[in-house]
Design a protein around this ligand. Structure first.
Ligand code: PLP
Length: 399
């Protein structure tokens, strides 16, 4: 049976059109973009086109900069470290408790090794940011506020345009990790004050190991990687041309397929509703009315998510618990903990993330496979059996 892939927030399949666009840059078009001869010039043109394709997807002005990086993690690191270095007298960071480890482990390291003050703004039970606390955390010493556009685990969208205005009112820079948002919801940077934005190729059907940092025109920037004058001196090192070309093509495809959003939302909602109706004793995690259209995070009481995922995998369905980086460990998700998800449900949360490659048949199959899996696993749980003995089952408490 055809496997069903529902882990697109971890990574997406590289689109065949993207692969086709990349291939010549491994073979006949192998030049170095910095070379003056024709081999270099044709490659330089290809990198320039990719920059335009990414700018177009972001709705960025063409004189704003796109610095190609090795991915979202590097772009996040470059943004934070540059902001600290480029702004005299500003040495504090404002971020959230639910960022990806690409931000959290960096700022934690800066706290420990450099004594940098980091403000971690919390979220409510739906995963919505506490805006008042965010505003109060900004001050004369804030170098940068970094808040993700959409959360990788729950899909919850943050009001980044508004948050950028508050950061600017305090004289600070504003960065957003938009790795999960770009390509999934329309983005129009021209309409915002965002200074820096991170994105990644492999989340939008592009290749792995390539991403970009968007820099608003005039934002002071200090490179993370020093070397040659590539990327106008913003990032040293010979460009990964095939990956950049593929990333550009993926951005172009994503821009042209933006109307897939409503179809995905309908599929996701049917999947979620179907699971809730059939399973019971579960809750959807996240800001249900303000999420990425492709993401569903459902916490099932009385089961371990790892066991559910294992059985799903045996049935040919790939999903995850929390983020890919923390799956494989039994540590509950820091995002769900920050939302105050009760201990019983914390361990039973699974993330289903769709892409334009998923169909209604995929949803039907998940609805066939998952409910009996959860039922069987619950029967093995003594807490569940106790509950049954007390006659407390049969009541659906899903939200
Ligand atoms: N930021 C977020 C929100 C992510 O979801 C991820 C990847 O899961 C990253 C950053 C890291 O991106 P990359 O894998 O391109 O380094």
């Amino acid at each position: 049976m055809r496997p069903i892939y529902l882990d697109n927030n971890a990574t997406t399949r590289t689109d065949p059109e993207v692969v086709a666009a990349m291939l010549p840059y491994f073979t006949e078009k192998f030049g170095n973009a910095s070379s003056v001869h024709d081999f270099g010039a044709e490659v330089d043109d290809a990198v320039r086109l990719a920059r335009r394709q990414v700018q177009t997807l972001l709705g960025a002005a063409f004189d704003h900069e796109i610095v190609f990086t090795s991915g979202g993690t590097e772009a996040d690191n470059a943004a934070i470290l540059s902001a600290l270095e480029a702004q005299e007298g500003r040495d504090e960071i404002v971020t959230t408790a639910v960022e990806h480890p690409a931000i959290l482990s960096l700022v934690g390291h800066l706290e420990k090794t450099r004594g940098i003050k980091v403000h971690y703004v919390g979220v409510d039970a739906q995963g919505r940011l506490d805006i008042e606390t965010y505003r109060r955390a900004l001050g004369l010493r804030t170098a940068i506020a970094s808040v993700m556009w959409a959360n990788n685990e729950t899909g919850t969208i943050f009001p980044v345009a508004e948050l950028a205005q508050y950061a600017h009112a305090a004289g600070a820079l504003f960065h957003t990790d938009a790795v999960q948002a770009v390509g999934r919801i329309p983005i129009d940077l021209k309409a915002t004050e965002i200074d820096m934005l991170s994105l990644s190729g492999h989340k939008l059907h592009g290749p792995k190991g390539v991403g970009a940092l968007y820099l608003r025109k005039g934002v002071k920037f200090r490179p993370l990687i020093r070397g040659g004058k590539q990327e106008r001196g913003r990032r040293g090192g010979t460009e990964n041309v095939p990956a950049i070309v593929g990333f550009g093509k993926a951005a172009e495809l994503a821009a042209s397929l933006m109307d897939e959003g409503p179809r995905l939302r309908a599929l996701r909602d049917r999947l979620e509703r179907g699971l809730i109706q059939r399973i019971g004793h579960c809750a959807v995690a996240g800001d249900v009315g303000n999420r990425l259209p492709n993401t569903s995070n459902i916490a099932f009481d009385y089961v371990e998510s790892e066991a559910v995922l294992l059985h799903m995998n045996r049935a040919g369905i790939a999903a995850s618990s929390g983020s890919a980086c923390s799956s494989g460990s039994m540590e509950p998700s820091h995002v769900l903990r920050a939302m105050g998800v009760p201990a019983g449900a914390l361990h039973g949360a699974i993330r289903l993330s769709l892409s334009r490659e998923n169909s209604a048949e995929d949803v039907d199959r998940v609805l066939e496979v998952v409910p009996p899996v959860v039922e069987r696993l619950r029967e093995q749980s003594s807490a569940w059996r106790d509950r049954q003995a007390r006659g407390q089952v049969g009541v659906t408490n899903c939200a």
